[in-house]
Structure formats: structure tokens, C-alpha cells
Design a protein around this ligand. Structure first.
Ligand SMILES: [Zn+2]
Length: 230
């Protein structure tokens, strides 16, 4: 009798272990490696840099180029953790322009374009912070190039994911005429993470936890885009 019970307990425990390992394998294989290609190359573009700091926060003096880099690096870490290859246009505080260039802005944009096109990336995420004269305006916005349907889908997925994840959204994905979006035909978006001209939002954007959640939501948007693009 004792032996029978013992045997059945062992069988039950073994069954549980088999089931649990099955669930474990399913969980880690379904998310997010079920994307169409096992390795996608994501180009992350931290806006501005060097002498071009971008906009500056009104209350706390947050510098856009520094925040762009911090958000880009956070997003890079998440993407790499999940097996994606990442190419960064800028990885230091230095600008991308040639030190000898007369027109630094032009030189910088040409370098950005070169990195984006040589990367053979599947999609591009350009990171920026916004600013406007009216201090009450706030929320993230995701831009795509007019006519770039893949960019539009990606922009919509990222916007949805940010909204569902509790990040402030200014409006739905919008068409934007930006150099980085115009220099590629791949799915490309420019994410304005929020307004440094709004004191509350500037403070939030400077917080490590907010940055982490924001970037996780951008990443989820990318995953959702890749799922529908299969
Ligand atoms: Zn900017």
C-alpha cells in the first residue's frame, strides 16, 4: 500500500515537472522570439549631440541630447536582451559631425544617414524630446514619413503600446517631415518622448524608472509591429 502511494506520488511529481518545463519552454519561446526572422537589426538613433544639445528643460535644465542618449541606450539594452541586433547612430555625448565641417548640422545628418543606410537595419527608431512655447502641452508623439506604410504601422503600434503602458500620449501617430525618416525606405519612426517645456513631464522624463517603462513600452510596440508584419 505504502509503496503504491509512493509510486503514484512520484508519477504525479514527474508529470508536474514535465508540464512545468513545457510551460517554461512555451513562455520563453513564444515571446518575443516568434518574430518572423530570429534576428532583426534595429537601428536606434539618439537625436542631436555635441554642440547641438537640442532643447533644454525649462524648470530643471534637462538637456535633450543627454536624455536622447540615455533613452536610446536603455532601449538598446532591452532589444539586445531579447536577441535583437542593435546599431546605434550615436553612443557618446559627441556630435556626429566632422570637426572640420563648416556646416556642422549638414555634416551630422549626412553621417546619421550613412550609418542608417549601411546598417542594413530592418527598422529605425529615432529618439527625441520635444519643446514648445506653451508650457501646458505634454505627451509623447510618434512620427512617420508620409507614404511609408510600414513606418505608419510601427508608429501606431508604438503609440498604442505607450498609451496602454500608462505613458502620456499627446495624440495618435502623425506624419512628420524629418531628415532621418526621409533617408530610409525601411519602417522608420521618430519618437518624441515628451515635452521638456512642461515642468512635470520634464521631471518624469529625467527619472530612471519612467525611462525604463517608456523604453519597455516602445519595445513592446516593436514586437507587436513585427507580429503583424509576419
Ligand atoms: Zn530633437
Amino acid at each position: 500500500m505504502f509503496l503504491t502511494i509512493k509510486k503514484s506520488v512520484i508519477v504525479a511529481v514527474l508529470l508536474c515537472l514535465i508540464l512545468m518545463s513545457g510551460v517554461f519552454i512555451m513562455f520563453f519561446s513564444v515571446k518575443p522570439t516568434s518574430s518572423p526572422k530570429l534576428i532583426h537589426t534595429i537601428v536606434i538613433d539618439a537625436g542631436h549631440g555635441g554642440i547641438d544639445g537640442g532643447c533644454v528643460g525649462r524648470r530643471y535644465g534637462a538637456v535633450e541630447s543627454e536624455l536622447n542618449l540615455a533613452y536610446s541606450q536603455e532601449l538598446k539594452d532591452i532589444c539586445e536582451k531579447f536577441g535583437f541586433k542593435v546599431v546605434m547612430t550615436r553612443e557618446t555625448a559627441e556630435g556626429l559631425y566632422s570637426p572640420f565641417a563648416k556646416n556642422k548640422k549638414k555634416s551630422e545628418m549626412q553621417k546619421r544617414e550613412k550609418i542608417i543606410n549601411e546598417s542594413k537595419g530592418d527598422l529605425l527608431i529615432s529618439i527625441h524630446m520635444n519643446s514648445v512655447n506653451i508650457s501646458t502641452v505634454k505627451g509623447a508623439q510618434v512620427f512617420y514619413k508620409k507614404g511609408n506604410e510600414e513606418g505608419k504601422k510601427l508608429a501606431n503600434k508604438i503609440t498604442d503600446s505607450l498609451a496602454k503602458g500608462g505613458n502620456e500620449i499627446k495624440n495618435s501617430a502623425v506624419v512628420g517631415d524629418y531628415y532621418v525618416l526621409n533617408c530610409t525606405e525601411k519602417a522608420a519612426v521618430l519618437v518624441e518622448c515628451g515635452y521638456l517645456s512642461n515642468a512635470d513631464e520634464e521631471y518624469k522624463l529625467m527619472q530612471k524608472d519612467y525611462r525604463k517603462t517608456f523604453c519597455e513600452n516602445v519595445f513592446l510596440g516593436i514586437i507587436n509591429f513585427l507580429e503583424i508584419s509576419k
